[in-house]
Design a protein around this ligand. Structure first.
Ligand code: ADP
Length: 244
């Protein structure tokens, strides 16, 4: 296990307001990590910085063998380097079947096997991707009729099909039933056995189930880090959450 992502002294200011303030922390490969923090803590800005959507004012974000600084790369280069991002709302192609959605993901330029598949190979690969997210018996179902939870899984499957080294996932459990949350936990834990998975999450019960290292973000910097029990016992974290 070694560092895959190393954020050092990153600051991002919007109109003089420091959304990310001298943030430093690192993520290993493989690792499952949760980032928690109150609204406005800077979680979304952090994801935007890592994926190259926005640029920091200061600091470095080193990746891979840590010789590459993501702050100097374009969004497309970062995606091709193996960083996948799942937004909170599922963005699948609703009129296309599960199989078609997965086949498209497998053929995307950043997928490692982005070759012109023979039809049968594409089918086999799509089925494999579906099995990772429990949708193998839904291959011919249009994505639009899947449940909210299944759409989220399909999108996770589409991202996993591209074999990212680092997967950033924004509130995957939002709007899910308890059973769906349980399966989502299993998927993320499984995915994180071979890659880095960073989950931004508000739901503490879900974070508890992930059973991973947690970083608490507050006012744009890492306030505490460790197991959920450890960070929840930290008086500074209690202050932030209970406003004492
Ligand atoms: P979180 O995702 O933890 O809720 P955000 O990263 O969305 O927090 O926001 C952190 C802070 O930065 C908030 O105070 C937000 O209003 C501010 N912010 C984020 N993006 C912008 C922007 N494009 N322009 C101005 N302020 C922004």
């Amino acid at each position: 296990m070694s560092a895959l992502l190393e954020v050092s002294g990153v600051t991002k200011t919007f109109d003089g307001f420091r959304a990310i303030d001298d943030l430093s922390f690192s993520v290993n490969e493989p690792e499952l990590r949760a980032i928690i923090g109150p609204n406005g803590a800077g979680k979304t800005t952090f994801m935007d910085l890592v994926t190259g959507k926005i640029r920091p004012d200061a600091g470095t974000i080193c990746y891979g063998d840590l010789s590459r600084d993501l702050t100097k790369m374009s969004e497309a280069q970062i995606a091709r380097a193996g960083i996948g991002r799942k937004f909170q709302k599922p963005t699948v192609f609703e009129d296309q079947t599960v199989e078609e959605n997965l086949t498209m993901a497998l053929a995307a330029p950043r997928a490692p096997f982005a070759v012109l598949f023979r039809r049968t190979d594409a089918r086999v690969a799509a089925r494999g991707a579906a099995a990772r997210v429990g949708l193998e018996d839904r291959m011919q179902t249009p994505a639009g009729v899947l449940s909210h939870g299944q759409k989220q899984w399909l999108e996770i499957g589409m991202l996993l099909a591209q074999e990212p080294r680092l997967l950033l996932v924004d509130e995957p459990a939002a709007g899910m039933t308890s059973a769906e949350r349980e399966r989502t936990t299993e998927m993320l834990v499984e995915a994180a056995k071979t890659r880095a998975v960073v989950v931004i999450e508000h739901d503490m019960e879900f974070v508890r189930r992930l059973n991973c290292r947690v970083t608490v973000l507050h006012e744009g910097h890492a306030l505490a880090e460790g197991s959920l029990d450890h960070v929840c016992a930290d008086p500074r974290v209690i202050d932030v959450y209970l406003g004492r």
